[in-house]
Design a protein around this ligand. Structure first.
Ligand SMILES: C[S@@+](CC[C@H](N)C(=O)[O-])C[C@H]1O[C@@H](n2cnc3c(N)ncnc32)[C@H](O)[C@@H]1O
Length: 249
């Protein structure tokens, strides 16, 4: 019974999506597609709306401020519908961008965005999970990235996967002096931990799992040079963290 309703709702959503695809301008369509993907895969998408312009620009602040003349190699992980990608591809810099997105419909939107901007020679869109991108990239020692812009929804991942992705980003994908930018909603993790702590009177697993994810994120930042940006011009307000790889002697 429930699955029949779910099927009907999915058909209705697909119908509305088709109508939007034909009639609505791209920027609205991108946001709409993102929300639809969230409704269908909440834990994979991890945010109900795309990152706003203010937070998107803060996510690429260190790239914008980079004054070196070399070609910058940028990796964006979890492009969604391209809310940050659109600013990267407009950069007035010499760059190469690899953009990863695992949801086919969102990857297609980003691919179209890149084509419309005439940047196909500078940008490669990888429709895959970052874990698979890592495997393919593992032995490509000459192509590491100067910047990684990562908006993966770590809070919905298992703690071991969070640790694994941070380790792979730092050890294999990032240049020696490279920098990783990540984003986190302000207050939400603290509020979630608080309620999960209360709920742990009945079941302690959700609290333990979420706490382990927060610990894994903190452990990644430990001992690194870190800069933080905050913006209230985002829904919800966001904290952006820029962290530099620790140089190995
Ligand atoms: C929170 S959204 C961010 C989207 C967009 N960058 C933004 O800021 O609006 C996270 C994105 O990561 C993608 N994603 C989730 N897990 C992934 C994985 N393992 N590999 C690649 N992309 C993933 C989701 O499909 C989603 O589009």
């Amino acid at each position: 019974m429930v699955s029949a309703y779910y099927q009907q709702a999915s058909v209705a959503i697909s119908g509305v999506r088709e109508y939007f695809d034909k009639t609505v301008k791209p920027s609205v369509r991108e946001k709409y597609s993102f929300v639809v993907e969230f409704l269908q895969n909440p834990s994979v998408i991890g945010a109900i709306v795309p990152t706003g312009n203010a937070a998107a620009n803060l996510m690429i602040r260190k790239i914008t401020e980079d004054t070196s003349k070399k070609e910058l190699r940028i990796l964006e992980i979890g492009t969604g519908s391209g809310s940050i990608t659109k600013f990267i591809i407009r950069l007035n810099k010499t760059f190469k961008l690899d953009a990863i997105e695992c949801q086919p419909k969102l990857a297609a939107i980003v691919r179209q965005m890149v084509t419309d901007a005439g940047k196909t020679s500078l940008v490669t869109v990888h429709e895959k999970m970052v874990q698979d991108f890592y495997k393919d990239h593992k032995f490509d020692k000459d192509h590491k990235f100067d910047y990684i812009v990562c908006t993966l929804p770590f809070n919905s991942f298992p703690p071991d996967l969070v640790k694994q992705i941070f380790r792979q980003m730092e050890d294999t994908l990032l240049e020696e002096d490279g920098e990783i930018s990540t984003i986190e909603y302000m207050f939400i993790p603290t509020i979630r931990l608080f309620f999960q702590k209360i709920y742990s009177l009945y079941d302690s697993e959700p609290y333990k799992k979420f706490k382990a994810v927060q610990d894994a994120k903190e452990a990644f930042l430990n001992g690194k040079k870190v800069e933080t940006d905050i913006t209230f011009w985002n829904f919800p307000p966001a904290r952006i963290t820029h962290a530099w790889k620790v140089k190995k002697d």
